[in-house]
Write a protein that binds this ligand. Structure first.
Ligand code: DGY
Length: 320
């Protein structure tokens, strides 16, 4: 069975696949354009797929009829048409859990960075534009006892909430597709409507799976309802927030600040006006970028492919 891997991943995953006797194909150049990528996919059985530049949609599946399975090197699968994959009986593996700690760490870091204006102040140091002590300059806000609103209380949202509770004794409110009573008890969290989440959060952190209905969910009408001291954090997908509306909310004082690990598109252009704002911290989609998480993702992706090659069900599967 041939496995096409479009970018290098940690050795642990490669070794597992080789030990299982699978034939691995790497591209000559990792930055493939769509047509080159399609050619590789047309001559393989399984894809170990890194990144979401190209969509797995009807067009793709029609162009690559030999594809039998796809193992994503991500927990998110918003770039896959799952319905289309289901119709063709193509399992789509993903990598849940192993990156929850790392990704929630980044949400936690962004929250603090924005609350204390860390990136703005770091820039001051780089520009030699600071004095030792300025009583009224660059004042941040403390997070103790504030209200954290989680949009999407899955594994990553849970870990973010737990950290905020332990570190800052924050009150947790959340909005989800479903109530999760066990999680509610563990976090002493309160389920609220989307409107209440938006109005009552001091920090609103997005952790849901991205679906087309979520596109631009956080837009002008939402930012206008938020508290002017609120911090908006997005480590999920850039499509959740409407960028121009976010920019306006930040410059018009509708919200205090924003921390983003995801943008739309990615990469964000260096001349994006958001990057000029003192109340914004943007990171380049590094939620899962730790040695531990990336090793875990490589292991899970390899486990998925090996199971599939033996005719078994993928243990971590996004198909519903
Ligand atoms: C994920 O695993 O979904 C990360 O965001 C990387 O795409």
């Amino acid at each position: 069975m041939k496995v096409f891997i479009n970018k290098r991943i940690p050795e642990i995953g490669i070794n597992m696949l080789q030990e299982a006797g699978l034939q691995i194909i790497f591209p000559e150049n990792e930055n493939l354009i769509y047509e080159e990528w399609l050619k590789y996919c047309q001559h393989t059985d399984v894809i170990l797929s890194i990144g979401s530049d190209f969509k797995y949609d009807k067009l793709f599946f029609e162009a690559c009829p030999n594809i039998k399975a796809i193992a994503l090197y991500s927990v998110g699968f918003d770039h896959v048409d799952i319905k289309e994959a289901n119709q063709r009986h193509i399992p789509i593996g993903n990598t849940p859990d192993v990156l929850s700690r790392a990704t929630s760490d980044i949400a936690f870091l962004l929250m603090q960075s924005v609350a204390r204006r860390a990136s703005y102040n770091f820039q001051k140091v780089k520009d030699e534009a600071w004095d030792t002590f300025e009583p009224l300059h660059a004042l941040g806000q403390e997070l103790y006892g504030k209200t954290l609103g989680i949009f999407g209380l899955g594994r990553i949202g849970f870990q973010m909430a737990e950290k905020c509770k332990r570190a800052f004794e924050m009150e947790i409110i959340y909005h989800n597709r479903h109530h999760n009573e066990e999680t509610e008890r563990e976090l002493e969290a309160t389920y609220v409507s989307f409107d209440e989440l938006v109005r009552n959060s001091d920090v609103l952190s997005v952790h849901a799976n991205f679906t087309p209905e979520h596109k631009d969910l956080f837009n002008q009408s939402v930012f206008e309802k938020m508290n002017p001291n609120a911090i908006f954090i997005n480590t999920a997908r850039g499509g959740f927030h409407q960028e121009k509306d976010l920019y306006n909310a930040l410059t018009e004082g509708k919200i205090w600040g924003a921390g983003l690990d995801v943008t739309n598109p990615e990469p964000m252009s260096a001349d994006n006006p958001l990057l000029k704002l003192p109340n914004v911290c943007v990171l380049p989609h590094i939620g899962s970028a730790t040695i531990e998480a990336r090793n875990g993702m490589a292991r899970l992706a390899a486990e998925n492919i090996i199971a599939f090659s033996k005719g078994e069900k993928m243990p971590y599967c996004a198909n519903t």
